[in-house]
Design a protein. Structure first.
Length: 239
């Protein structure tokens, strides 16, 4: 955009206006900070904005949710602008990709297939070009938090039939691991205790998965409640 101030006359509710603002920020005469950003340098902000959206949802703060979703959308637009400058992809490619994916994943809505006949896993495997469990597991982002990644690994392994542990077996594993840990307290090694704790964590994650819970969110909720419970008159700020 030759004149950045032209954005001021555009409809602020238009998606095209946001794209124009982003292009102006990255233009030669734009913002020095915005111009030097890369996909890599923006990773931390994408993560931060995502967590801020989640926090707004947890707080049931609709006004803040609108703001935080806008911040998250801006990060996507930022990456799209960099992709377009590099000649790699554009916002149009991003929109086309997700639109095509959603239509393909919902043949019961956009086609004539009854919902009960849709093979969701087959659709995803065709889309991702995965044929084996190993292919599926290798697609799980290594950047996921450990609890989330473990839950994904167990979920895909269970669907493939490779992981067959039941909730009662998870509980048994936890009890066995607790016994090993208690024994290690007296005469065991650090590695034995480490392995025992790992067994407990995996069993706990699997119990959460098999009961439809997301362990990452469970622990977040616990942490929020604990912090709230520790607040007392002596800890509250005076206003």
């Amino acid at each position: 955009m030759s004149n950045p101030k032209a954005c001021l006359k555009m409809d602020p509710r238009s998606f095209q206006t946001l794209l124009s603002v982003m292009a102006a920020l990255r233009a030669p005469e734009g913002c020095p900070w915005d111009k030097k950003q890369t996909h890599t340098s923006l990773k931390r902000y994408l993560l931060e904005e995502t967590y801020e959206v989640i926090d707004a949802i947890d707080q049931d703060d609709r006004e803040n949710l609108v703001e935080e979703l806008g911040d998250l959308l801006f990060q996507i637009v930022f990456h799209a602008q960099i992709g377009e400058e590099d000649g790699a992809f554009s916002m149009g490619d991003i929109v086309e990709g997700i639109t095509t994916k959603m239509i393909a994943r919902h043949p019961h809505v956009f086609g004539d297939v009854p919902p009960e006949e849709v093979d969701w896993e087959a659709l995803k495997q065709k889309e991702k070009h995965t044929r084996t469990l190993s292919d599926e597991l290798n697609r799980i982002p290594e950047a996921f938090p450990a609890l989330m990644r473990t839950e994904k690994i167990l979920k895909k392994s269970a669907k493939s039939g490779r992981w067959t542990r039941t909730p009662s077996e998870d509980l048994k594993k936890m009890k066995e691991a607790c016994g090993v840990f208690e024994t290690s307290e007296e005469n065991g090694s650090g590695s034995q205790k480490e392995k025992a704790v790992c067994e407990m964590l995996v069993a706990a994650v699997d119990l959460a998965r098999s009961n439809g819970f997301q362990p990452e969110l469970l622990l977040k909720t616990w942490g929020d409640h604990w912090i709230e419970d520790t607040k007392g008159p002596e800890n509250r700020e005076k206003h």
